[in-house]
Write a protein that binds this ligand. Structure first.
Ligand code: UD1
Ligand code: CA
Length: 502
């Protein structure tokens, strides 16, 4: 038995009904482009060695997007993929030739689109799974089940189908009197009897390439739309006496295809509902699921509570007993320990250790590492910095390009001045353990505040502060006795003189 597996994803169509200058497959749901969702589901399939993405309409933008996303490189060597954990950029997929884009120009239909990959597959003996770039809700599990079903039944061709109350616009699966698949007929070509069929073509196929690929030389444009239909390979396979099967999808939401902005919103809603339902099944509380958006890539630990108004995009891992929201925007690559609270804040690319609290109204971004029992409070921005355990940065501060030790207290309004706008250079601030910084201080980087040092409120620190010392960098206070009384007397005598002179 040959388990070798390749995929073709069709993404060359125009997507006219989106009314957009952006190619349809690059529109996003839950923070990820449609084609990216399809590719990512496909990448997790066992034994998959290669993916061909067929591009056509605005192929340059689609190819550029894929190059950026998957760091595709050209060069020699066999197709491979690997997942890199950790490192500066976090989790990242690196592909050497695993994903190829293939140009379809002009776009003459779905059959013509698959045929563009023919040259790459000439000597291939195995299964090819074909999918559309505009059906982003298909899960890896469903695809895996579909492939297993196909391979176990020893079929030459298996079509994924679903039962729809309203099958309008989809291709219909026509079966014979023994319930065997006979052909697929498109909406525009269907007679009135065929139009009543509720079993629709999901547009996903498993093809035994060696047996079925000759069909692509025999496709015609003899149909209502004048296109080379991929669906015609079904009729071809049946007529050749090859085993042709159907796989009826249980959750028919999964094959929901995007053709308009309304579809886009609806798919996002489906995806969100499925994600939140699954998280609730795993022990997460959502106060108002319909007002909360969570990407399917996000994991949330048991007994965590998500308040309304949260948008949680990207890949995130929250611990147990966390409280997020209300009104919090998580942009991705956020990881937390247990018992973390994030209130009314924006967080991206950050690690937050156990028992720490963030917000209200805090902003963490660009690789922030917060250890345990830390408090980041009202109107505090932290950028590209580390903050060690039991440190407080509670009010109105900016901490950028800094490393802050443990048990530090940063007073309200403290700013690290990390940027020189003339040289455009950024410098680091180092604040060691047990340091106490008085309110409204400015630390002009590069600068080091050593262990247990104190800084007086209102100081502008430009030089290293030695350990256990107090730095005061402001003018000394002087009090002028009876100044107010004297001033009032002066004003009064001045106004008398003025009155006399008029
Ligand atoms: C297609 C199927 C239909 C099925 C439906 C499921 C055909 C003839 N019909 O119809 O039976 O019910 O999908 O969603 O296959 N594409 C190309 N090149 C082309 C034309 C299309 O790459 O020349 C791509 C599109 O970008 C899209 C996919 O193929 O991702 C499907 O094309 P689309 O025009 O949306 O087909 P449907 O009319 O939806
Ligand atoms: Ca479609």
């Amino acid at each position: 038995m040959n388990n070798s597996l390749k995929a073709i994803i069709l993404a060359a169509g125009k997507g006219t009904r989106m009314k957009s200058s952006l190619p349809k497959v690059l529109h996003k749901i839950s923070g990820k482009a449609l084609v990216e969702r399809v590719i990512d589901s496909v990448l997790e399939i066992n034994n998959l060695s290669e993916i061909f993405v067929i591009t056509g309409h605005q192929s340059e933008s689609v190819t550029e997007f894929l190059n950026n996303k998957y760091k595709m490189r050209s060069g020699s060597g066999s197709p491979k993929r690997r997942r890199e954990g950790g490192g500066d950029d976090g989790q990242e997929l690196i592909f050497d030739e695993a994903i190829k884009t293939v140009l379809q120009e002009p776009q003459l239909g779905t059959g013509h689109a698959v045929f563009q990959a023919y040259d790459y597959l000439k000597n291939f003996k195995g299964t090819v799974i074909v999918l559309c770039g505009d059906t982003p809700l298909l899960t890896t599990q469903t695809l895996q089940n579909f492939i297993e079903y196909h391979q176990k039944s020893n079929a030459a061709l298996t079509v994924m189908s679903a039962l729809f109350d309203d099958p309008t616009n989809y291709g219909r699966i026509v079966r014979d009197e023994n319930e065997n698949i006979k052909k697929i007929v498109e909406q525009k070509d269907a007679n009135s009897e065929e139009k009543r069929i509720k079993e629709i073509n999901a547009g996903v196929y498993c093809i035994e390439w060696e047996k079925i690929s000759p069909a692509f030389f025999e496709l015609t444009t003899n149909n209502e739309q004048g296109e080379y239909y991929l669906t015609d390979i079904v009729d071809w396979s049946v007529k050749k006496g090859l085993k042709t099967c159907g796989f009826i999808l249980e959750n028919n939401r999964e094959i929901f295809g995007i053709n308009s902005r309304q579809h886009l919103a609806e798919a996002a809603r489906f995806l969100n509902t499925m994600t939140i339902e699954k998280l609730m099944d795993n022990g997460v509380t959502f106060i108002s699921p319909e007002n909360t958006f969570v990407s399917p890539e996000t994991k949330i630990g048991q007994d965590s509570i998500i308040y309304p108004g949260c948008v949680i995009e990207g890949a995130n891992i929250f611990g147990e007993n966390c409280v997020i929201g209300p009104n919090t925007f998580i942009e991705g690559d956020v990881k937390t320990g247990n018992n973390v609270k994030i209130v009314q804040s924006k967080v991206s690319n950050a690690y937050i250790g156990k028992n720490s609290t963030i917000g209200p109204f805090a902003h963490l971004r660009d690789r922030v590492e917060i250890n345990s029992d830390v408090r980041i409070g009202n109107f505090v921005e932290i950028k590209k910095s580390t903050v060690d355990s039991s440190t407080n940065i509670s009010h109105l501060s900016y901490v950028g390009d800094s490393s802050v030790g443990s048990n530090v207290n940063i007073g309200a309004g403290t700013i690290t001045a990390n940027y020189d706008p003339l040289s455009k250079k950024k410098s680091r601030t180092i604040i060691e353990d047990n340091v106490k910084i008085g309110s409204n201080s400015v630390l002009v980087a590069p600068v080091i505040v050593k262990n247990s040092a104190n800084i007086a409120a209102g100081s502008v620190i430009t030089k290293e502060v030695p350990e256990f010392s107090l730095a005061i960098a402001r003018e000394k206070q002087k009090n002028i006795d009876n100044w107010v009384e004297k001033r009032i007397n002066q004003i009064q005598s001045e106004s008398k003189i003025e009155a006399n002179s008029t």
